[in-house]
Ligand binder design. Sequence first.
Ligand code: GLP
Length: 253
Amino acid sequence: MGHFTPLVVFESPEAACRQLAADIASFIRSNDARHRPTVLGLATGNTPLPLYRELIRLHREEGLSFRNVTSFNLDEYVGLERDHPQSYRSFMHRHLFDHIDLPAQNIHLPPGGVLTDQIPARCTAYEASIAQAGGIDLQILGIGRTGHIGFNEPGTHIDSRTQMIELDAVTRQDAAPTFGGIANVPTHAITMGCGTILAARQIALLAWGSNKAAIVRKAIEEPVTDQVSASFLQTHRAATFFLDRAAAAALRE
Ligand code: GLP
C-alpha cells in the first residue's frame, strides 16, 4: 500500500491551472532571485493546454520570463520526424514554446526520429541530460485511460528509466482522431520511465472530465500496482493531483 496522495478539486480546469501556473510563476521568480535555474518536466495531451495558455498569459501580461528555465518533456512518438505536425515536439512548440522566451537550447524531448538501433543510447543520454540539469524540480503529468503517466503502459516497472515502449491498444485508439485514423498512430514511443518521473522533486498530475474519473480513483484509492503506473505517485513525497469535479466524482472520500 502507498500513503495518502494529496489532491485538490477545482471548479474547472481553468481554475486549477490558474492556481498551478501561479505556483510555477512564483517558483521561477524565487529561483531567478537566487540566480538558480528552474527545471520543469512537461507533458502533452489536451489536459495541460489550459496550463500552457495561462503560462503564456503570465509571460505576456505579467512579465514572467522563462529564460532561466530548462524543460524536459515526458515522451515522444517513435518514427515521426521532429517537424511532423503530430510529433510532441511540434505540439509543444505550437502550444507553448513558440509563445514564451524559453531558450531553444534549454528545450529537451526524447528523440523520436532516430533509427531504432540508436534509441537505447539516446535514452541513456536523455537521462544524463536530466541529471546534468540537476534533476527535475516539478514534473507536470496527465493520465491516460490505461492509467499511464508519460507512456508507461500497464506492466511498466516502478524503477524503469527512459526507454522505448510499445503503445497499448487503448492509447492508440485515443490518439487516432489527431492522427486521422488509428493506422497512422505510431506503434511505439520513447518515454521517461516511472523511476525517472518519481525522481522529480515535485509532481503535479492533472485530470479533467468524467472519462478520467474511474482511472483517477484507481490511481488514488486502490493499492499501488504496475497495472496503473499513476498509482506509483502514492509512493512519492510531494505528488499532488489537480482535479476538476468531474474527474474527482468517483472518489470515495
Ligand atoms: C497521451 C500522453 C500522456 C497524456 C495522455 C492523456 O498518452 N502521452 O502524457 O497524459 O495522452 O491525454 P489527454 O490529456 O489528451 O487526455
